[in-house]
Design a protein around this ligand. Structure first.
Ligand SMILES: *Cc1c(COP(=O)(O)O)cnc(C)c1O
Length: 392
């Protein structure tokens, strides 16, 4: 049996959650489409534990369980829960641990919809949020109140890519009894081992690299045995669910995530290094680059990089110039999300309330896909020519 600590990550990616013997030897688990799950006898119906068994489609299917088992194994957690989206993973996890009168700490670099949830839903239920400097490290101890139940981290930060000192933040949070929830979407279950770094609950937009092909919405919460039951209970209260087809696509994506990520990282580094040498670029925000302010922490805590990073241009361009560049891109498409096989480009605008974020020029976000990096560089180079032609 494949177990935690038994074998290496690549083997877990290929084998976790599989049980061909229970299904005619077929390599992949089938997609169980289910709402109703019938009982053969009244006695069986009476004995059903609706909190645990496969009892109703919403409670989970064998397809969902296979994905959950595989992701938990890869990340090194005990248990996982698949939900309908990355944002649902965040909202389900955060709302598990708070009640009216409580307080949560959220990094100022958080994914914007996380902020929306805290400000509009948590606030409505009497839970107060304080945003903190992503680079605060152990200094977070000064912000923890007696009613602080959750500290939320995200590294590197959405849009701005600061690497947080998660072990230091976790230590300070645990000293005061707070649960640490990390948005590990960029880190992935492979490249950031949450449970070796003090995280209690790791949330993922599986929509990104786990699914990996831009064709499904999926979230996953990975946690410890200690916290699993509470999160599962809350998942059920909210009517959360991981759809069978999407769980299947997530599991299928997971099998190749390791090789895809290596290539995304290789391509991203090639494109990022080229960008660093361009006159149109003021800085590249990518912790995998030596010299990036987060590079040392990234090297200490991560086992690899995603293909997503920021680029600060040399000046602030208006939409006429930026449009000339972006509208003509052949390989980089404009669209939300990332983590698929294809390259993406978008203007970014960080929202900050606890800190300020200033840059000498327009910020753009690139997702470097699996195309050849030389072709991506040529696409960007032509884009810069169009940009400058309009900007003058
Ligand atoms: C995309 C994303 C999410 C949300 O995932 P969805 O599946 O789109 O709901 C959460 N966190 C981060 C860092 C993301 O990039």
């Amino acid at each position: 049996m494949i177990k935690k600590g038994n074998v290496r990550d690549e083997t877990l990616l290929a084998s976790g959650g599989r049980d061909p013997e229970s299904n005619y030897g077929i390599v992949n688990p089938p997609v169980y489409h289910a709402s109703t799950i019938t009982s053969p006898t009244l006695a069986e119906w009476r004995a059903r534990d609706f909190t645990k068994d496969i009892t109703y489609g919403r409670m989970g299917t064998p397809t969902q369980k296979a994905l959950e088992e595989a992701v938990a194994l890869v990340e090194g957690g005990d248990k996982a829960i698949a939900v309908s989206s990355g944002l649902a993973a965040i909202t389900t996890a955060v709302s598990t641990f708070v009640e009216s009168g409580d307080h949560i700490l959220v990094t100022d670099s958080a994914y914007f919809p996380t902020r929306n949830f805290c400000n509009n839903v948590m606030a409505k239920y009497g839970v107060e949020t304080t945003y903190y400097d992503p680079l605060i490290g152990g200094g977070i101890a000064d912000l923890i109140q007696d009613n602080t139940k959750v500290v939320m981290t995200e590294a590197p930060g959405s849009q701005t890519f600061e690497v947080q000192d998660i072990p230091a933040i976790s230590e300070a949070a645990h000293a005061r009894g707070a649960v640490v929830i990390n948005d590990n979407t960029w880190g992935t279950p492979l490249n950031f081992k949450s449970f070796d770094r003090g995280i209690d609950v790791s949330v993922h937009a599986a929509t990104k690299y786990i699914v990996g092909h831009s064709d499904a919405m999926l979230g996953i919460i990975v946690t410890t045995n200690e916290l699993y039951e509470r999160i599962l209970q809350n998942f059920r209260y909210w009517g959360q669910h991981g759809a069978p087809d999407d769980c299947y696509l997530g599991l299928r994506g997971l099998r190749t995530m390791g090789v895809r990520l290596k290539q995304h990282e290789f391509n991203a580094l090639a494109v990022a290094e080229w960008l660093q040498g361009r006159p149109e670029v003021s800085s590249v925000l990518f912790p995998a680059l030596p010299g990036d302010p987060g590079h040392e922490l990234w090297k200490r805590d991560f086992e690899g990089a995603a293909g997503l990073f920021g680029v600060v241009l040399d000046e602030h361009y208006d939409d006429a110039a930026l449009g000339a560049m972006l509208d003509g891109m052949e390989l980089f498409a404009m669209g939300a999300s990332w983590g698929g096989f294809e390259s993406l480009i978008l203007p970014a605008k960080p929202v900050r309330t606890a800190t300020s974020w200033d840059a000498p020029g327009t910020l753009i976000r690139l997702h470097v896909g699996l195309e050849h990096p030389d072709d991506l560089v040529a696409d960007l180079e032509a884009g810069f020519t169009r940009l400058k032609a309009v900007a003058g």
